[in-house]
Write a protein that binds this ligand. Structure first.
Ligand SMILES: C[S@@+](CC[C@H](N)C(=O)[O-])C[C@H]1O[C@@H](n2cnc3c(N)ncnc32)[C@H](O)[C@@H]1O
Length: 268
Protein backbone atom coordinates (compact mmCIF):
# COMPACT_ATOMS: atom_id res chain seq x y z
CA UNK A 1 0.00 0.00 0.00
CA UNK A 2 1.59 3.36 -1.04
CA UNK A 3 2.29 5.88 1.75
CA UNK A 4 -0.16 8.80 2.11
CA UNK A 5 1.20 11.75 0.10
CA UNK A 6 3.18 14.30 2.09
CA UNK A 7 2.07 17.84 1.19
CA UNK A 8 4.27 20.89 0.82
CA UNK A 9 2.15 24.02 1.46
CA UNK A 10 4.89 26.33 0.11
CA UNK A 11 5.05 24.49 -3.23
CA UNK A 12 1.25 24.27 -3.40
CA UNK A 13 0.80 28.01 -2.81
CA UNK A 14 3.17 28.93 -5.68
CA UNK A 15 0.15 28.89 -8.02
CA UNK A 16 -2.39 30.13 -5.48
CA UNK A 17 -3.86 32.79 -7.78
CA UNK A 18 -4.74 30.35 -10.57
CA UNK A 19 -5.96 27.78 -8.05
CA UNK A 20 -8.28 30.21 -6.23
CA UNK A 21 -10.23 31.20 -9.34
CA UNK A 22 -12.35 28.02 -9.57
CA UNK A 23 -13.21 28.44 -5.89
CA UNK A 24 -14.51 31.95 -6.59
CA UNK A 25 -16.51 30.58 -9.54
CA UNK A 26 -17.95 27.87 -7.29
CA UNK A 27 -18.95 30.32 -4.55
CA UNK A 28 -20.62 32.57 -7.11
CA UNK A 29 -23.23 29.82 -7.64
CA UNK A 30 -23.87 29.12 -3.93
CA UNK A 31 -27.23 30.64 -2.92
CA UNK A 32 -27.75 32.64 0.26
CA UNK A 33 -27.50 30.44 3.34
CA UNK A 34 -30.59 29.69 5.43
CA UNK A 35 -29.85 31.00 8.91
CA UNK A 36 -27.47 33.38 10.51
CA UNK A 37 -24.72 33.35 11.59
CA UNK A 38 -23.94 30.40 9.30
CA UNK A 39 -21.95 27.31 10.23
CA UNK A 40 -19.59 26.29 7.39
CA UNK A 41 -17.27 23.29 6.86
CA UNK A 42 -14.47 23.24 4.28
CA UNK A 43 -13.47 19.65 3.58
CA UNK A 44 -9.84 19.33 2.47
CA UNK A 45 -9.02 22.93 3.39
CA UNK A 46 -5.30 22.68 2.58
CA UNK A 47 -3.27 25.70 3.75
CA UNK A 48 -6.50 27.59 4.56
CA UNK A 49 -6.14 30.46 2.07
CA UNK A 50 -9.32 29.60 0.18
CA UNK A 51 -11.13 28.75 3.44
CA UNK A 52 -10.42 32.33 4.53
CA UNK A 53 -12.23 33.60 1.41
CA UNK A 54 -15.47 32.16 2.81
CA UNK A 55 -15.37 34.82 5.54
CA UNK A 56 -15.53 37.55 2.88
CA UNK A 57 -18.88 36.26 1.60
CA UNK A 58 -20.21 35.22 5.07
CA UNK A 59 -18.49 37.62 7.53
CA UNK A 60 -20.33 36.37 10.65
CA UNK A 61 -19.88 32.67 9.91
CA UNK A 62 -18.14 30.12 12.10
CA UNK A 63 -16.01 28.33 9.51
CA UNK A 64 -14.07 25.13 10.18
CA UNK A 65 -11.52 23.80 7.70
CA UNK A 66 -10.87 20.04 7.87
CA UNK A 67 -7.87 18.25 6.38
CA UNK A 68 -5.84 15.09 7.00
CA UNK A 69 -2.41 16.57 6.21
CA UNK A 70 -0.50 17.76 9.30
CA UNK A 71 1.66 19.98 7.05
CA UNK A 72 -1.36 21.72 5.52
CA UNK A 73 -3.15 22.09 8.87
CA UNK A 74 -0.05 23.57 10.45
CA UNK A 75 0.10 26.25 7.76
CA UNK A 76 -3.65 26.93 8.07
CA UNK A 77 -3.47 27.26 11.88
CA UNK A 78 -0.50 29.62 11.70
CA UNK A 79 -1.75 31.88 8.92
CA UNK A 80 -5.53 31.95 9.16
CA UNK A 81 -6.98 30.74 12.48
CA UNK A 82 -8.84 33.19 14.71
CA UNK A 83 -11.68 35.72 14.73
CA UNK A 84 -12.65 37.14 11.34
CA UNK A 85 -13.11 40.90 10.69
CA UNK A 86 -16.91 40.57 10.41
CA UNK A 87 -17.33 38.99 13.83
CA UNK A 88 -17.11 35.36 12.75
CA UNK A 89 -14.49 32.74 13.45
CA UNK A 90 -12.13 30.57 11.42
CA UNK A 91 -10.66 27.37 12.82
CA UNK A 92 -9.12 24.16 11.55
CA UNK A 93 -9.21 20.54 12.65
CA UNK A 94 -7.93 17.17 11.49
CA UNK A 95 -10.44 14.93 9.70
CA UNK A 96 -10.40 12.30 6.99
CA UNK A 97 -12.99 12.88 4.27
CA UNK A 98 -13.27 9.11 3.81
CA UNK A 99 -14.98 8.88 7.19
CA UNK A 100 -15.90 12.45 8.22
CA UNK A 101 -19.55 12.83 9.15
CA UNK A 102 -20.95 16.20 10.26
CA UNK A 103 -21.31 16.22 14.04
CA UNK A 104 -23.73 19.18 13.85
CA UNK A 105 -25.88 20.69 11.09
CA UNK A 106 -23.95 22.86 8.62
CA UNK A 107 -25.45 25.59 6.44
CA UNK A 108 -22.70 25.04 3.89
CA UNK A 109 -20.28 22.18 3.29
CA UNK A 110 -17.74 23.14 0.68
CA UNK A 111 -14.81 21.25 -0.82
CA UNK A 112 -12.31 22.64 -3.30
CA UNK A 113 -9.86 20.49 -5.29
CA UNK A 114 -9.96 17.66 -2.75
CA UNK A 115 -12.50 14.97 -3.62
CA UNK A 116 -10.26 13.57 -6.38
CA UNK A 117 -8.02 12.41 -3.51
CA UNK A 118 -10.90 10.56 -1.83
CA UNK A 119 -11.67 7.25 -3.56
CA UNK A 120 -15.40 6.46 -3.56
CA UNK A 121 -16.24 9.99 -2.36
CA UNK A 122 -19.71 9.94 -3.93
CA UNK A 123 -20.66 7.22 -1.44
CA UNK A 124 -20.12 9.82 1.31
CA UNK A 125 -22.69 12.23 -0.18
CA UNK A 126 -25.71 10.81 1.75
CA UNK A 127 -23.99 11.48 5.10
CA UNK A 128 -22.90 14.96 4.06
CA UNK A 129 -26.33 15.95 2.73
CA UNK A 130 -27.94 14.53 5.89
CA UNK A 131 -25.56 16.80 7.84
CA UNK A 132 -26.89 19.96 6.16
CA UNK A 133 -29.44 22.20 7.86
CA UNK A 134 -32.71 22.53 5.89
CA UNK A 135 -32.00 24.82 2.91
CA UNK A 136 -28.24 24.26 3.32
CA UNK A 137 -25.83 23.65 0.44
CA UNK A 138 -23.08 21.22 -0.42
CA UNK A 139 -20.75 22.69 -3.08
CA UNK A 140 -17.57 21.25 -4.52
CA UNK A 141 -15.07 21.62 -7.31
CA UNK A 142 -12.72 18.83 -8.42
CA UNK A 143 -10.22 18.61 -11.27
CA UNK A 144 -11.42 16.63 -14.27
CA UNK A 145 -8.05 16.50 -15.99
CA UNK A 146 -6.90 12.95 -15.38
CA UNK A 147 -6.62 12.15 -19.09
CA UNK A 148 -4.80 15.41 -19.89
CA UNK A 149 -1.12 15.11 -20.94
CA UNK A 150 0.15 16.24 -17.50
CA UNK A 151 -1.47 13.27 -15.78
CA UNK A 152 -1.34 10.75 -18.64
CA UNK A 153 2.44 11.26 -19.05
CA UNK A 154 2.95 10.94 -15.30
CA UNK A 155 1.04 7.63 -15.26
CA UNK A 156 2.81 6.31 -18.36
CA UNK A 157 6.21 6.99 -16.82
CA UNK A 158 5.19 5.52 -13.46
CA UNK A 159 4.03 2.35 -15.24
CA UNK A 160 7.17 2.07 -17.41
CA UNK A 161 9.60 -0.83 -16.70
CA UNK A 162 12.04 1.57 -14.99
CA UNK A 163 9.52 2.65 -12.32
CA UNK A 164 6.63 0.24 -12.16
CA UNK A 165 7.95 -1.84 -9.27
CA UNK A 166 8.19 1.23 -7.03
CA UNK A 167 5.27 3.25 -8.30
CA UNK A 168 2.62 0.66 -9.16
CA UNK A 169 -0.61 1.70 -7.47
CA UNK A 170 0.77 5.08 -6.41
CA UNK A 171 -1.18 7.28 -8.83
CA UNK A 172 -4.89 7.74 -9.09
CA UNK A 173 -6.44 6.51 -12.28
CA UNK A 174 -8.42 8.52 -14.77
CA UNK A 175 -11.63 7.60 -12.93
CA UNK A 176 -10.72 9.64 -9.83
CA UNK A 177 -13.81 11.79 -10.39
CA UNK A 178 -17.26 11.25 -11.93
CA UNK A 179 -18.77 13.24 -14.78
CA UNK A 180 -20.79 16.38 -13.96
CA UNK A 181 -23.92 14.48 -15.07
CA UNK A 182 -23.21 11.57 -12.72
CA UNK A 183 -22.71 13.96 -9.80
CA UNK A 184 -25.93 15.77 -10.66
CA UNK A 185 -27.86 12.49 -10.66
CA UNK A 186 -26.39 11.27 -7.34
CA UNK A 187 -27.17 14.54 -5.57
CA UNK A 188 -30.62 14.95 -7.12
CA UNK A 189 -31.41 11.37 -5.97
CA UNK A 190 -30.71 12.65 -2.44
CA UNK A 191 -33.46 15.24 -2.86
CA UNK A 192 -31.26 18.25 -3.68
CA UNK A 193 -31.69 20.95 -6.30
CA UNK A 194 -28.45 20.64 -8.26
CA UNK A 195 -26.40 22.89 -10.49
CA UNK A 196 -23.49 20.95 -12.07
CA UNK A 197 -21.11 22.06 -14.80
CA UNK A 198 -17.58 21.89 -16.10
CA UNK A 199 -15.10 24.52 -17.26
CA UNK A 200 -11.72 24.26 -18.93
CA UNK A 201 -9.47 27.06 -17.71
CA UNK A 202 -6.62 28.15 -19.95
CA UNK A 203 -3.95 28.97 -17.40
CA UNK A 204 -1.11 30.96 -18.90
CA UNK A 205 1.94 30.04 -16.83
CA UNK A 206 5.35 31.70 -16.76
CA UNK A 207 8.86 30.66 -15.79
CA UNK A 208 10.84 27.53 -16.53
CA UNK A 209 8.93 24.22 -16.60
CA UNK A 210 5.84 25.78 -15.06
CA UNK A 211 3.60 22.73 -15.55
CA UNK A 212 6.08 20.58 -13.63
CA UNK A 213 6.20 23.26 -10.96
CA UNK A 214 2.38 23.18 -10.76
CA UNK A 215 2.02 19.39 -10.46
CA UNK A 216 4.85 19.20 -7.91
CA UNK A 217 2.37 20.95 -5.59
CA UNK A 218 -0.47 18.50 -6.18
CA UNK A 219 -0.77 15.58 -8.61
CA UNK A 220 2.87 14.55 -8.32
CA UNK A 221 2.84 14.43 -4.48
CA UNK A 222 2.36 10.63 -4.32
CA UNK A 223 5.38 10.06 -6.61
CA UNK A 224 7.54 12.58 -4.73
CA UNK A 225 6.53 10.99 -1.42
CA UNK A 226 7.29 7.47 -2.64
CA UNK A 227 10.63 8.28 -4.29
CA UNK A 228 11.86 10.81 -1.72
CA UNK A 229 15.42 11.93 -2.41
CA UNK A 230 15.56 9.54 -5.39
CA UNK A 231 12.92 11.43 -7.40
CA UNK A 232 15.36 13.40 -9.59
CA UNK A 233 15.71 10.71 -12.27
CA UNK A 234 11.93 10.41 -12.59
CA UNK A 235 11.61 14.20 -12.70
CA UNK A 236 14.19 14.48 -15.51
CA UNK A 237 12.18 12.18 -17.80
CA UNK A 238 8.86 13.70 -16.82
CA UNK A 239 10.17 17.24 -17.31
CA UNK A 240 11.30 16.39 -20.87
CA UNK A 241 7.90 14.89 -21.72
CA UNK A 242 6.05 17.91 -20.30
CA UNK A 243 8.19 20.33 -22.32
CA UNK A 244 7.02 18.61 -25.51
CA UNK A 245 3.39 18.45 -24.43
CA UNK A 246 3.27 22.05 -23.14
CA UNK A 247 5.77 24.07 -25.20
CA UNK A 248 6.73 27.54 -24.04
CA UNK A 249 5.41 30.23 -26.39
CA UNK A 250 6.11 33.94 -26.71
CA UNK A 251 3.16 34.54 -24.36
CA UNK A 252 3.97 31.88 -21.79
CA UNK A 253 3.02 28.22 -21.37
CA UNK A 254 -0.61 27.38 -21.93
CA UNK A 255 -1.95 24.84 -19.41
CA UNK A 256 -5.57 23.83 -20.15
CA UNK A 257 -7.23 22.52 -17.00
CA UNK A 258 -10.70 21.00 -16.89
CA UNK A 259 -12.61 21.29 -13.63
CA UNK A 260 -15.95 19.87 -12.50
CA UNK A 261 -18.38 21.73 -10.23
CA UNK A 262 -21.55 20.85 -8.36
CA UNK A 263 -23.76 22.90 -6.06
CA UNK A 264 -26.50 20.89 -4.31
CA UNK A 265 -29.08 22.61 -2.14
CA UNK A 266 -31.25 20.70 0.30
CA UNK A 267 -34.95 21.45 0.55
CA UNK A 268 -35.74 24.16 3.13
C1 LIG B 1 -5.20 20.21 -3.82
S1 LIG B 1 -5.32 20.48 -2.10
C2 LIG B 1 -6.70 21.61 -2.01
C3 LIG B 1 -6.60 22.49 -0.81
C4 LIG B 1 -7.65 23.62 -0.73
N1 LIG B 1 -9.00 23.12 -0.68
C5 LIG B 1 -7.50 24.57 -1.90
O1 LIG B 1 -8.42 24.66 -2.71
O2 LIG B 1 -6.46 25.21 -2.02
C6 LIG B 1 -6.05 18.95 -1.59
C7 LIG B 1 -6.18 18.84 -0.09
O3 LIG B 1 -6.95 17.67 0.20
C8 LIG B 1 -6.45 17.10 1.38
N2 LIG B 1 -6.91 15.71 1.44
C9 LIG B 1 -6.59 14.70 0.61
N3 LIG B 1 -7.21 13.57 1.00
C10 LIG B 1 -7.93 13.90 2.09
C11 LIG B 1 -8.79 13.16 2.97
N4 LIG B 1 -9.03 11.86 2.78
N5 LIG B 1 -9.35 13.81 4.00
C12 LIG B 1 -9.12 15.13 4.22
N6 LIG B 1 -8.33 15.87 3.43
C13 LIG B 1 -7.74 15.27 2.39
C14 LIG B 1 -4.95 17.25 1.23
O4 LIG B 1 -4.29 17.09 2.45
C15 LIG B 1 -4.84 18.64 0.64
O5 LIG B 1 -4.73 19.61 1.64
Amino acid sequence: MPAAPVWDPGQYLRHAGHRARPFADLLARVPDLPGGPPRIADLGCGPGNVTALLAERWPTAHITGYDNSPEMLDKAHTEHEGPTPGGGRLDFAPADARTWTPAQPYDLIVSNATLQWVPGHAARFPDWIAGLAPGGTFAFQAPGNFDSPSHRLMRELAHSPRWKDRLAGTLRHDDAVLTPGAYLERLADLGCTVDAWETTYLHLLHGEDPVLDWVKGTGLRPVLTELGDGAEEFLADYRAALREAYPATAHGTLFPFRRIFAVATKEA
